[in-house]
Design a binder for this molecule. Structure first.
Ligand SMILES: NC(=O)c1ccc[n+]([C@@H]2O[C@H](COP(=O)([O-])OP(=O)(O)OC[C@H]3O[C@@H](n4cnc5c(N)ncnc54)[C@H](OP(=O)(O)O)[C@@H]3O)[C@@H](O)[C@H]2O)c1
Length: 237
């Protein structure tokens, strides 16, 4: 059983890309990391890789689009740990690059909202009791995007951009609601990063993409809440 002596983190979509790197960096900093992944094979592979490096990583089956899966993951988590210090909502999809809002298939919009917005809302709601049991002050980090910044928004990937703007609003709502519980809630733009989503020509490595999330999860002042961050600086909504 993982107890109050341990620092505990959970990352959704942690089997590849930025999520996997966040998991590695948090393991490196001594966290017991729950690798929350929808595919059992990919999840076990990632956990094995981290454990082989001497880290404490635990597989948790979790599909963010499935409320039953989230509830079951929470039940499994509770059998293995008695609190949660850091929750990173990282899992997301980007399927509408090159699409136009005037002709956008609303099924795609629905799918994107379900993964990128409703998923994080349900994950936070279900894991809230565990976050409240943190004795060091819990932190929730929602991995957003520059695409979700309304200030600069134009026509890029409408479903994805709308979903990330909604995730930013979700961040503000939870930050307000959870302030009295000493739980910090922030959104991060990791920048264009070399992953399956970002592509091989993206300027940032996964180490750089994960950096601000890990900083908010471990070092940033707990009073910093309800903000949108990029490169450890507040950025425009
Ligand atoms: N890369 C960039 O340039 C960039 C820029 C700005 C923001 N971001 C944000 O950074 C985060 C990570 O992006 P990335 O580039 O690492 O993306 P990625 O390489 O495409 O990885 C996405 C991850 O999300 C998981 N996922 C998708 N749907 C899921 C579901 N229903 N349930 C559970 N997991 C699910 C995927 O799992 P499977 O392997 O099972 O598909 C995968 O592990 C995302 O929130 C993204 O929007 C990325």
């Amino acid at each position: 059983m993982i107890t109050q002596h341990d620092k505990v983190a959970l990352i959704t979509g942690a089997n590849r890309g930025i999520g996997k790197e966040i998991a590695r960096q948090l393991c490196q900093r001594g966290y017991a990391v729950f690798v929350a992944v929808r595919d059992i094979h990919k999840g076990r592979e990632t956990v094995e890789e981290l454990c082989d490096q001497g880290y404490e990583a635990i597989y948790l089956e979790l599909d963010v689009t499935d409320p039953v899966s989230i509830r079951q993951a929470c039940g499994t988590f509770s059998q293995k740990a008695d609190h949660l210090d850091v929750l990173v909502n990282n899992a997301a999809i980007l399927e509408d690059q090159g699409q136009d809002i005037t002709t956008l298939n609303t099924e795609m919009l629905e799918r994107t909202m379900k993964t990128n917005v409703f998923g994080p809302v349900l994950v936070i709601q279900d894991f809230l009791e565990q976050l409240k049991k943190s004795t060091i002050g819990a932190r929730i980090i929602n991995v957003s995007s520059e695409a979700g910044s309304i200030t600069d928004m134009e026509t890029f990937a409408p479903a994805y951009s709308i979903s990330k703007a909604a995730l930013n609003a979700t961040t503000k709502q939870f930050a307000g609601a959870l302030r009295k519980h000493n739980i910090a809630v922030n959104a991060v733009d990791p920048g264009q990063t070399q992953t399956d989503m970002g592509g091989t020509n993206a300027p940032r490595s996964v180490e750089e993409g994960a950096e601000t999330v890990v900083w908010l999860a471990t070092e940033a002042d707990l009073n910093e809440s309800g903000k949108f961050w990029r490169d450890k600086q507040e950025t425009v909504w």
